[in-house]
Design a protein around this ligand. Structure first.
Ligand code: ADP
Ligand code: MG
Ligand code: ZN
Length: 476
């Protein structure tokens, strides 16, 4: 039997606000347990929530970028369940009236364009965190994260492979980071995803039973968990079994998914409008203003890099994948308007060093000004391209100015004709048979002889000049 894979994804993105969704406690990460709590986020009786306007603003920005319908009057609801990390006994979320309705995000999967429909995006508060630590005498609860604002973004079941999910997650994260809506830090849990996976025999019109994969915090785990789950479901069906709708967890050690609980239904949560919070009326003027302040998004920047700089798609894609790298590139091109040369250096030498050390482009020890200085040294023939490339890692480590470094290391390109001729004489004298071959018409030996001269100069000879001088000499 051949099956089709069907996947819808829920993403929880932490909104980049200074304070929590309904109180003034700080949202900063990594503080000592329960140091960022107050009566409201502890759920003490008599405390009341007050909505953080900054969170609403970020949700609207995300909604606009994802082409969502904004719900003029949206509403918070209580989602009731018991768990030790949820002191109120309910989570404040949005149910039937989410802030963002239907929208879409365009992605590219293996060179193919695809539109993923967004079903909704709603605001909700995060829960706390249970700690099961050997250091503790038992288990503890850290409520620093309780009440942190999240935007839950839900797609239609439009995705059909782990590659499509991967592309969607990366594109969505990129948009949110570009917008400043979310910092995108997956290790710290600022961007978590839950793929809902089902399969169905090809040709069947209704969807199969889905399994929800919970709280995955890396692109790789998402891919592995989906692939495992698809195989598992196929095996169950092929053996004549039936699938159960359930929530499963990805076990990193074992490389498999395991049942966490059978799937709850919405009615289990007894959702009802939170009587402590008024419906949120979105002001048209405010939305217009936010819309006009929306930054250039990755897709738009990509297109502009093609049009404005005439870059190949490959370059434009890599450079616009990170906003900071794109800004770095543009800062260089401002100073040195040769976009393809700059692109080669930024994607090649610079990115290699940055990636190796996990450093962001904005924190690069080589500033755009310094990189451009190096490019100018190449252009004026002060150093050869080869030397400049070899020098880059050292430039990166030392943070020195390229000209000083070149001088200090005695790497100035050798262009003086007298010195070059002397070098050439020595090389020719020690390679009589190659000289002979060349004179007998085997022109391809020239490359070899040039190489020998370059070697004799320690890579510093100006290759163009060597070529000309050699030809003159050999035909004399
Ligand atoms: P729940 O209420 O269980 O969270 P929803 O219907 O709200 O389920 O859908 C949650 C996510 O699961 C959405 O992204 C949706 O597209 C996706 N989804 C729903 N049904 C299926 C299915 N049969 N197979 C794969 N994904 C599905
Ligand atoms: Mg769900
Ligand atoms: Zn608080």
């Amino acid at each position: 039997m051949t099956y089709e894979t069907v996947i819808g994804v829920e993403v929880h993105a932490q909104l980049q606000t200074r304070t929590k969704l309904f109180c003034g406690c700080s949202t900063s990460f990594g503080q000592s347990p329960n140091s960022q709590v107050c009566p409201t986020c502890l759920g003490l009786p008599g405390s009341l929530p007050v909505l953080n306007q900054a969170a609403v603003e970020l949700a609207i920005r995300a909604g606009l970028a994802l082409h969502c319908e904004l719900t003029g009057s949206n509403q918070f609801s209580r989602k009731n369940y018991f768990y030790p990390d949820l002191p109120k006994g309910y989570q404040i979320s949005q149910y039937d009236l989410p802030i963002c309705g239907m929208g879409w995000l365009d992605i590219t999967v293996n060179g193919r364009d695809k539109r993923v429909r967004i079903r909704r995006a709603h605001l909700e508060e995060d829960a706390g965190k249970n700690l099961h630590d050997d250091q503790l005498d038992g288990s503890g609860v850290d409520l620093n994260r309780a009440g942190t604002p999240l935007l839950e973004i839900v797609t239609e079941p439009d995705l059909h492979s782990s590659d499509e999910v991967d592309a969607y997650l990366k594109a969505l994260r990129e948009v949110l980071v570009y917008l400043g809506v979310c910092d995108g830090n997956m290790e710290q849990g600022s961007f978590r995803c839950e793929p809902n996976v089902s399969i169905r025999p090809v040709g069947q019109s209704y969807l199969g039973t889905k399994v929800e994969l919970k709280n995955i915090n890396s692109f790789r785990y998402a891919k592995e968990a989906i692939e495992f789950e698809v195989r598992r479901q196929q095996e169950v069906l092929d053996e004549g079994g039936t699938l159960r709708q359930e929530t499963r967890l990805w076990d990193v050690q074992r490389g498999q998914t395991a049942v966490m609980r059978s799937k709850e239904e919405a009615h289990d949560y007894r959702y009802f409008p939170d009587p402590d919070l008024l419906p949120v009326q979105l002001d048209e003027e405010w939305i217009k203003e936010l819309s006009s302040k929306l930054p250039e998004l990755p897709g738009e920047k990509f297109q502009r890099f093609l049009d404005e700089y005439g870059l190949p798609e490959y370059d434009a894609k890599i450079l616009t994948e990170s906003k900071e790298l794109a800004e770095y590139f543009e800062a260089c091109v401002q100073l040195y308007p040769q976009s393809k040369i700059v692109s080669n250096w930024v994607m090649g030498e610079l990115l290699r060093e940055l990636n190796q050390q996990g450093i962001r482009a904005s924190a690069s020890p080589v500033s755009p000004e310094r990189l451009v200085e190096l490019l100018q040294l190449v252009e004026t023939g002060t150093v050869s391209l080869k030397v400049a490339r070899e020098l880059f890692p050292e430039l990166y480590l030392s943070g020195k100015n390229p000209e000083d470094l070149v001088k200090e290391k005695g790497l100035l390109q050798l262009s003086d004709e007298g010195q070059l001729e002397a070098l050439i004489e020595t090389v020719l004298a020690s390679h009589p048979s190659q000289v002979e071959q060349y004179r007998n018409g085997k022109e391809t030996v020239l490359g070899y002889i040039v190489g020998q001269v370059m070697k004799a100069s320690g890579g510093k000879a100006n290759p163009g000049k060597v070529n000309t001088l050699l030809k003159n000499k050999l035909s004399a």
